[in-house]
Design a protein around this ligand. Structure first.
Ligand code: ATP
Ligand code: MG
Length: 385
């Protein structure tokens, strides 16, 4: 067993007033589920949680998993001792370097501890200095900071570094959303962003088999699997657009293809969302990125649904989106070559500023629009992720 413990801090939950216990209980459940299968003990105290009694070899795995839990602010690997000053000093001596500059920073959540923070800093700092002549104190920019946390119940924790976690709100506390998941870079990031705010994610992928390959669908499943690290219960629904795309191709002007396909996608998404208890649609649009992402195009595709459509990436540049995709490990999968359903019957000149009346006029050339949608939904396939 490791002598270390891992201190877990959460931030924003404090703002939630009377709902605090609801958010805290969700967070505890998510931590338990994430660490399930590992040999360790979890302690849930007021305001702070601790992981202890784990084998040293699994420390990195525990840290990796904790960093994927939304609602956690930061963690620190720490050593534990009791209130006794000799014990604290001994641990401090074992952790501080032999030379250079250092500072001690104490925090007391146990306010009845006989020394205040300043006295504790000076006492422990003094003891370290006595034994380590190569060290000196620098309060402003020391090489090494020793943090001392004095907690209720006889626990004192010493640590020297803090690892930032994902932040956000506990997964599952922010309602349910249906993510339109393509095989591209943007949509997995869009899903991550709302999962980070606590939204429970169900994914929907459109394919055009046989115009697109089975591999393109498998790629969407791979991305959903990557998202599972953050959205533990994600499932992937797959819907074929083939018949719809053929109908558009046969009946409508070529340059309306993308606009019309996207209106079908939205109609189907709204229906799939309702069946799955989702109250909004999420997509990876970023303003102006491509022809279908101008405000005119967005207006025309949005007008067929009444559910809110959340676009968490709308104001982000591609390089900002890629930075997040790399962080959440979806980027490498996203850039694998594949044919997107949107590339089927792709016009040379897609509309950049479609006008709603003209779009509707084109759409009216398609007979039995509702039946096409019913058919697509009837053949929905759910992939276990
Ligand atoms: P992405 O990188 O997410 O594929 P993109 O930059 O390629 O986005 P578009 O192809 O215009 O942009 O798609 C915009 C959004 O529409 C996507 O982010 C995604 O949410 C949704 N979308 C596009 N294609 C599909 C698809 N085949 N299945 C499900 N959703 C899709
Ligand atoms: Mg795409």
């Amino acid at each position: 067993m490791s002598d270390n413990v891992i201190l877990i801090r959460f931030g924003e939950l404090y703002l939630k007033g009377k709902n605090k216990s609801y958010f805290e209980n969700a967070l505890k459940d998510n931590i338990r589920a994430k660490l399930d299968g590992l040999d360790l003990k979890l302690y849930f105290g007021r305001g702070r949680y601790v992981v202890k009694e784990y084998p040293a070899a699994s420390e990195n795995e525990i840290i990796t998993r904790l960093k994927q839990i939304f609602g956690l602010h930061s963690i620190s690997v720490a050593r534990r001792c009791g209130y006794d000053l000799d014990e604290i000093a001994e641990l401090a001596l074992s952790m501080t370097p032999e030379c250079g500059t250092f500072r001690v920073t104490s925090h007391r959540s146990y306010k009845k501890y006989p020394l205040d923070s300043m006295q504790l800093n000076m006492t422990i700092g003094g003891r370290v200095l006595e034994k380590k002549p190569g060290l000196s104190v620098d309060l402003h920019s020391p090489d090494y900071v020793l943090n001392i946390d004095v907690r209720e119940g006889g626990d004192v924790y010493l640590y020297d570094s803090t690892i930032r976690c994902a932040g956000g709100m506990p997964y599952g506390t922010g309602g349910n959303g249906l993510l339109l998941l393509s095989g591209g870079i943007d949509s997995p990031v869009a899903g991550y962003m709302l999962a980070k705010r606590g939204m429970n994610i169900t994914a929907l992928h459109f394919h055009s088999i046989p115009y697109t390959s089975e591999a393109a669908k498998e790629k969407a499943a791979d991305l959903a699997r990557k998202l599972k690290n953050y959205c533990p219960n994600i499932k992937l629904c797959c819907v074929s657009l083939t018949e719809i795309q053929e109908a558009i191709h046969k009946n409508c002007k070529p340059n309306y293809m993308i606009t019309l396909v996207r209106r079908f996608m939205m109609r189907i998404a709204e229906r799939v969302a309702k069946v799955n208890g989702c109250s909004c649609i999420i997509n990876g649009e970023s303003l102006g990125q491509v022809a279908s992402q101008t405000i005119e195009s967005i207006t025309v595709t949005n007008s067929v649904v009444s559910m809110p459509v959340l676009r968490p990436l709308i104001g982000l540049d591609k390089d900002e989106i890629i930075e997040i995709a790399e962080k959440i490990d979806t980027f490498k999968t996203s850039i694998e070559p594949y044919e997107d359903c949107c590339t089927v019957f792709l016009p040379d000149f897609p509309l950049i500023k479609p006008m709603l009346e003209k779009v509707i006029e084109q759409e009216n050339h398609i007979a039995e629009l509702d039946k096409l949608i019913d058919n697509a939904i009837k053949n929905i396939e759910t992939i276990a992720v």
